[in-house]
Write a protein that binds this ligand. Structure first.
Ligand SMILES: [Zn+2]
Length: 78
């Protein structure tokens, strides 16, 4: 999807979260774009959201990818 501009800084967080599927599932469900392309959950005090995909959504996507990667590896049995 989007280019990796964070340089992989999110990975330790995503790796930790990959073992907690209920956490990233909740994040993916909560951090969605509104009709203006901003995150409906990441709001600051002025009421405008962070541009979506926000950092938390990206971490959750990475966590899901790592989780599915591990699932695939354990099923493959290599
Ligand atoms: Zn968000």
């Amino acid at each position: 999807m989007a280019a990796h501009d964070a340089g992989g800084d999110n990975l330790p967080m995503a790796e930790m979260m990959a073992g907690m599927p209920e956490v990233w599932r909740r994040l993916l469900a909560a951090h969605v774009a509104d009709r203006l392309g901003r995150c409906t959950t990441c709001r600051n005090s002025s009421g405008s959201g962070e541009r979506w995909p926000c950092s938390l959504h990206q971490i959750a996507v990475d966590a899901r990818r790592l989780y599915e990667l591990r699932l695939g590896q354990s099923v493959g049995g290599e």
